[in-house]
Every structure is written in structure tokens, then in C-alpha cells.
Design a protein around this ligand. Structure first.
Ligand SMILES: Nc1ncnc2c1ncn2[C@@H]1O[C@H](COP(=O)(O)OP(=O)(O)O)[C@@H](O)[C@H]1O
Ligand SMILES: [Mg+2]
Length: 333
């Protein structure tokens, strides 16, 4: 089993925090494992809404598996639909869409084999990433490369380990930002979260690598970036970054919530790296709740707000119905 296999699993603490918030709001909550028995489960447990946090069981469309099942059964759920989740998991396809929309994203090339010739228009330093992973899986410090031979080595390594196309991008030197968005027709950009790696010299890591994400907060290892929320940006720059996140949310057809990862180049251009329509909701470890807290939304209120956003969407199109149990679904351990 690869060392980063568990990086996307939700912790019991997150499940408790979400279900606790829902119960406190008067909902009946059932927890259900998002495994292959899921479709059958719904025949025995009619629910009004699923609070979806399932990353899926694997494969190219894993995050869209549960939404696709729920869509086919007609069960309402929080968050984005299967198309958006599937698209956002494919970083290169997402970048094509961003480029079409005129939203800045680092120049890139998809390697379909380790021997593909490098597009001469790309400028070093470059970063090498598996195209369809998350949680910085497969992204190490060595993935930032300065020359063709290092590039070749890293592309081979990522191919070997992840068995999927490899995304090579220009490395954007600048600030690391992530921007949460809440809403549907009316959107709310949350205060920007800036992640500052300046104090991480001891680790030698200077961006959100896998080690940085996995051990974030570990001072001894030098993996304790400073979080600033709101980001320390001039108001006009912050507003421009938030506008980009709103455009991304709309362009991908996100629902209820999303989190857009951005590198702000020194000249002030916000380059979109990727969008997370299913952002982590760990009250301790995830970035999304940091931004909602900064917006004055306490964690339980975030959870009930997401339910409210989802129900409002369904009520627009469907008959209002009485609330009975809510289910929380998650990936199989
Ligand atoms: N083109 C890039 N320029 C600068 N840093 C990058 C670039 N691509 C990725 N990174 C760094 O790697 C991290 C993880 O990359 P990202 O594309 O967001 O993948 P993941 O889905 O694993 O979060 C980013 O948060 C950022 O720190
Ligand atoms: Mg990311």
C-alpha cells in the first residue's frame, strides 16, 4: 500500500463534528459508509438529504461516485454534482476550462508517457504532479525541477507510482492562497487564507508538498507554516483574488461550497492551481473551516448553512417535503 494511501480519509473527529452539528440543529443523523453496498442502503433508509463528504472508493472519477449514485436514486445531497467533482479531479481538464474562461492558470503540459518531448515554451522551474490526485499526493520537494534531466527523473517517478498522466506546470513563485466560496445563485467569497512557508527552513519545504500537508503543524520538523486569514494583501488585490475564486466556482458549476487554490505571482496575477469542490471539513485540520471561522461562521453554523443551501436548491426544483433523517456518508476505511 503506498505511504500516502490514507491521506484522503476522513477522521472520526470530523464525522462526529458534522453529525454533532446536525443533531444539535434537530436533525436525525445516520452514518453510512460509502462502499459498494451504498445503493442498497438507501432502499432501506429513506432520507431527506445526504451530507456528502465521500471521496469515493478509487479510480478516475472517485469523488463523483457517491453523487452519481445519489443522482440516480434521486436522493438530495450537499455540495457539487458528479460532473463537477469528476472534472475537478482532472487538473488538466480543469485548466483547459479555466483557460477558455480567461482565468489565469500556470502554463502546462500533460505527459502521457515519460518520454514525451518537453514543450519548449515552458519555462523552468517546473513542477511535476500526478494529474488526478489530491492532498498533495505525489508532490514532493524534488518535484520542483530546474532542468530537463531532473524533469525527466520526476516525470518517470510520478508515472511509476501513480500510473496516470503527469501534469507539468510552470512553478509560480509567490504567495500561497486558498479561497473558500459558499453559495449558489448568490455567492459569498470567504476571507482569503494565506499560507506562509517562510518559517519552514528547517524542513527545506517551501510549498504545500505532501509532507507539509500530512504533518502540518509539526514544529520540530519545520512543517508549521503560518496561517493568515484574512491574507495580508492590499484590499484591491484581495478583492481581485476573491473575484477569481467566484469565477472559478461558477465556471465549474460548483454547488454550495468550493475552495480554489491560488498562487499569487509577485506581479499580482492570481494563478489558479486547482479547485476543490469537496474541500476537507475537519474542524481541526482543514483550511475551509479556518476561512468560515474568519468570516464569523462558527463550525456548527457552517454545517447547517451547507444543509440550508442544499435544501434551498432542491426546493427550487422539487416539492418541499418534511425533514426526517439526514445521512452522513463517507469513504470506506
Ligand atoms: N504551478 C505551481 N506553482 C507553484 N506551486 C505549486 C504549483 N502547483 C502546485 N504547487 C504547490 O503544490 C501544492 C499542491 O498542488 P495542487 O495542485 O493544489 O494539488 P493537490 O490537489 O494535491 O492539492 C500547492 O498548494 C502549491 O503549494
Ligand atoms: Mg491543492
Amino acid at each position: 500500500m503506498p505511504f500516502d494511501f490514507y491521506s484522503e480519509f476522513d477522521s472520526p473527529a470530523t464525522l462526529e463534528a458534522i453529525s454533532g452539528a446536525l443533531r444539535a440543529a434537530g436533525h436525525e443523523v445516520l452514518l453510512v459508509e460509502a462502499d459498494e453496498s451504498l445503493p442498497r442502503w438507501f432502499f432501506e433508509h429513506p432520507v431527506d438529504l445526504v451530507f456528502n463528504i465521500a471521496e469515493g472508493t478509487g479510480g478516475r472519477h472517485r469523488e463523483s461516485q457517491v453523487p452519481a449514485i445519489l443522482e440516480s436514486l434521486g436522493v438530495p445531497f450537499t455540495g457539487s454534482g458528479s460532473t463537477t467533482l469528476s472534472l475537478a479531479l482532472d487538473k488538466a481538464r480543469t485548466k483547459q476550462l479555466l483557460a477558455y474562461e480567461g482565468i489565469p492558470t500556470p502554463a502546462w503540459q500533460v505527459f502521457r508517457s515519460p518520454d514525451d518531448p518537453l514543450d519548449p515554451r515552458l519555462q523552468f522551474p517546473l513542477i511535476v504532479k500526478p494529474n488526478r490526485e489530491g492532498s498533495a499526493k505525489g508532490i514532493m520537494r524534488e518535484n520542483v525541477v530546474q532542468d530537463a534531466s531532473a524533469l525527466r527523473r520526476q516525470v518517470r517517478r510520478v508515472f511509476g507510482r501513480y500510473r496516470q498522466e503527469v501534469l507539468v506546470e510552470e512553478f509560480i513563485d509567490g504567495l500561497e492562497l486558498t479561497v473558500g466560496v459558499l453559495g449558489n445563485d448568490v455567492l459569498q467569497a470567504l476571507p482569503i487564507l494565506e499560507i506562509d512557508f517562510a518559517g519552514c527552513e528547517r524542513s527545506g519545504e517551501f510549498f504545500y508538498s505532501w509532507r507539509m500537508k500530512e504533518y502540518e503543524g509539526n514544529k520540530e520538523l519545520g512543517l508549521d507554516p503560518a496561517h493568515h486569514c484574512p491574507a495580508r494583501l492590499p484590499a484591491a488585490t484581495a478583492a481581485a483574488v476573491q473575484r477569481v475564486a467566484l469565477r472559478v466556482h461558477r465556471a465549474l458549476g460548483c454547488r454550495d461550497l468550493s475552495r480554489t487554490d491560488i498562487r499569487l505571482r509577485r506581479d499580482g496575477t492570481p494563478f489558479v492551481l486547482e479547485i476543490n469542490p469537496l474541500p476537507g471539513l475537519s474542524p481541526q485540520d482543514s483550511n475551509f473551516p479556518i476561512m468560515t471561522t474568519a468570516a464569523g461562521i462558527a463550525y456548527p453554523a457552517l454545517i447547517t448553512h451547507l444543509v440550508g443551501l442544499a435544501l434551498a436548491r432542491y426546493r427550487q426544483g422539487a416539492q418541499p417535503h418534511e425533514l426526517s433523517p439526514l445521512a452522513v456518508s463517507r469513504s470506506a476505511p
